[in-house]
Design a protein around this ligand. Structure first.
Ligand SMILES: Nc1ncnc2c1ncn2[C@@H]1O[C@H](COP(=O)(O)OP(=O)(O)OP(=O)(O)O)[C@@H](O)[C@H]1O
Ligand SMILES: [Zn+2]
Length: 638
């Protein structure tokens, strides 16, 4: 049992120090950096609080908790999913328990749509997409996810003015673009997208109920504010900040009763969009936080299992959402779990990537250079709560991991089809590694969705298997183990798919009946080419093809007198040149059909090309801008 302690962080805090403290605080809350020491230092000076942050610091008895802490997290009862999650409501890892075994509700804050989606969004939504896939596909939890899109806001209004457009048009354009960008990154759409402007009547009713309960008050001008003081000790479940803490941030707003109060409804200013309302002059628009509270409640009612967003949303957005919902629904705990994703920064940039700071890389720009699979792997390389640094070095690492995985899947295919030769495999060792990996993977994803450890486990298995597949060179009649390799390949394939790393063309090839026949045709074709190529490459007079002697008369022509063995080899190579050329040509031509042939010593294998795999770019094979020369340069000789 825990009691919250208060932490002193100093006396009067100036602007720079305040920013530094806030950044540090976010890291501590998210548990991503040096939290323990920072908290310990702070606790030592706790009693004379200037700044207060509530933390789960000291052990106490259950009764103390009940008496002293209206903000304490209440562990739900019901179905234990077997996952532990870091819950921002109690700042520690706790079991993820769902009151309803067959269903989990999840509300995710969406973007404010006034500009292009950027890599910060991509990082946040891809990470939560991975978590969602793990919950649905690995733990069989049926999730209903709602994402609220903010389509009315100061920044949208000012963008509309700048572009001389209707604000609705600006919002719609960027919302559509956001959805398309998410699709490109293979982020699954939420079960329901909600837009604020579609929920204005519900927002007004929601606000009125909070007013009726005495926790909000309308002003003469027609704004409505939440009364934080009236709400009392319950305010501050995520990040408690006392009056003294906030005094220095006091806004000049004469209409507010207390400076901590926040707007639920904003009276209309001249020239701004407005909706009729029951308050003041009867014209206004929703405040930011109330949107999410209302949209989530409109769909899920008074209780929510999971709420997510980037770490910047923890205060004031999520803090205020909680106060509004608990005041409105009269419940001690509205959302049971708050999960926050760490920020993506560009290297050397101390601030997160964001639209308002204009330091963004758009998703489109990114996809000119890299693929969705590569970005997903990049996201998996850090725990979702950690800060992510975006730079070429990190992306190169992600590209290299992606290539390792792809080449493993292709090698395994080639081995299973008998197109890759190696010494006998250590079956027992590989099966043991497979079992270990399954355990490690399960443990990693159950531990607050630790994708980094999960990926590490997969890569260790891949490296161990590749090592075996690369054993030897020329091997006659090796003992083969296609079953073991198929078992490992199937597992790696399945978990990658589960995490959203996909190879659609490869999958399609295996799944469709007509493609299964095509597989046989390709096997025969590649086998034939391989034999011809082998014959064309053989040196010396003894060189004999394994079968299918070419019927060319030139092939049997006698060497010129006096030229000896060297001359014979030279002549032979010249005679066989057309065969080599034909082998190279068919390989290039097949690239256009989406098939890559890989020559491996005496044998050759084939694999299906994903569109995106061509030089890592998103060019379709039929893209006329992608010249045959470029394709040749990339594939021929590999
Ligand atoms: N750099 C980032 N790293 C991780 N998540 C981010 C980043 N930027 C935004 N997000 C998350 O994306 C979601 C939508 O954010 P939002 O539309 O407010 O983006 P923004 O660029 O921060 O906009 P603004 O600058 O106007 O605040 C939020 O959950 C937010 O926390
Ligand atoms: Zn929100």
């Amino acid at each position: 049992m825990y009691m919250r302690g208060c932490i002193r962080t100093g006396g009067v805090v100036g602007g720079g120090r305040r920013q530094m403290l806030q950044q540090r605080l976010l890291k501590v809350i998210s548990g991503t950096d040096g939290g323990q020491d920072f908290l310990k230092d702070a606790v030592s000076s706790v009693r004379h609080c200037g700044h207060h942050v509530v933390g789960e610091l000291q052990e106490s008895s259950a009764s103390q908790e009940a008496v002293h802490d209206p903000k304490a997290w209440i562990q739900p009862t019901g179905h234990d999913t077997g996952i532990v999650v870091y819950n921002s409501l109690c700042r520690r890892k706790v079991p993820l328990i769902l009151p309803n075994k067959s269903f989990a509700s999840w509300y995710q804050c969406g973007p404010t749509v006034y500009d292009h989606a950027h890599l910060g969004h991509a990082c946040c939504y891809v990470k939560f997409d991975i978590i969602r896939r793990i919950m649905e596909d690995f733990f069989n939890i049926d999730l209903v996810m709602v994402m609220g899109i903010t389509d009315i806001d100061d920044k949208i209004i000012s963008k509309a003015r700048e572009l001389n457009m209707e604000f609705t048009h600006v919002a719609q354009t960027f919302a559509n673009e956001f959805k398309r960008d998410m699709g490109r990154l293979r982020v699954q759409p939420p079960t329901v997208y909600t837009r604020v402007t579609n929920y204005v009547p519900q927002i007004i009713t929601f606000v009125q109920k909070i007013v009726d309960r005495g926790y909000a008050y309308p002003t003469e001008s027609g704004s409505v504010y939440f009364d934080v003081k009236k709400y009392g000790d319950r305010y501050g479940k995520l990040v408690y900040q006392s009056d003294a803490d906030l005094a220095q941030f006091r806004e000049v707003d004469k209409e507010k009763r207390g400076f901590r109060d926040f707007a639920l409804w904003k009276s209309a200013k001249p020239g701004e969009p407005w909706w009729t309302s029951p308050w003041g002059k009867g014209r206004g628009r929703p405040g930011w936080h109330i949107e999410c509270s209302t949209m989530a409640s409109a769909i899920f009612g008074e209780q929510l299992d999971i709420h997510t967003g980037g770490i910047d949303l923890i205060f004031p957005h999520h803090e205020n959402e909680i106060a509004q919902c608990e005041a409105h629904h009269c419940v001690p705990q509205w959302a049971n779990y708050f999960l926050h994703a760490g920020h993506l920064h560009k290297t050397m940039d101390k601030d997160k990537m964001s639209k308002s700071l204009k330091n963004t890389i758009t998703i489109r720009e990114f996809l000119e250079k890299y693929t969705a699979n590569q970005f997903r792997i990049f996201c998996m390389m850090t725990k979702y709560r950690n800060v992510v640094e975006y730079c070429d070095t990190m992306m190169n690492e992600a590209v290299s991991v992606q290539r390792t995985l792809t080449s493993f899947l292709n090698n395994a295919d080639a081995y299973i089809r008998g197109q890759l030769e190696c010494q006998a495999l250590d079956e027992a060792l590989l099966m043991e590694k497979l079992g270990e990996t399954k355990d490690k993977f399960r443990r990693a994803i159950s531990d607050d969705f630790d994708t980094r450890a999960a990926l590490e486990a997969i890569l260790q298995l891949v490296h161990a298997t590749n090592k075996q597949l690369c054993k030897g060179g020329q091997v006659d009649n090796p003992v083969r183990s296609p079953g073991v390799i198929a078992a490992i390949q199937a597992y790696v394939d399945r978990v990658l798919q589960l995490l959203g790393v996909e190879y659609p063309a490869r999958k399609k090839m295996r799944m469709e009946h007509s493609n299964v026949q095509m597989t046989d045709v390709l096997d025969s074709l590649v086998k034939f080419r391989s034999t011809v190529r082998h014959y064309a490459l053989l040196k010396g007079p003894d060189a004999q093809p394994k079968y299918g002697q070419p019927q060319s008369t030139a092939a049997t022509a006698a060497p010129a007198p006096g030229e000896g063995e060297a001359g014979q080899v030279k002549l032979q190579r010249k005679e066989r040149e057309p065969l080599m050329k034909a082998c190279d040509e068919i390989r290039t031509e097949l690239v256009w059909a989406g098939i890559q042939i890989q020559d491996r010593g005496r044998k050759s294998s084939w694999q299906v090309l994903e569109d995106q795999s061509i030089e890592g770019k998103q060019h379709s094979l039929s893209d006329p801008n992608y010249s045959q020369e470029q394709l040749k340069k990339y594939f021929v000789g590999r």
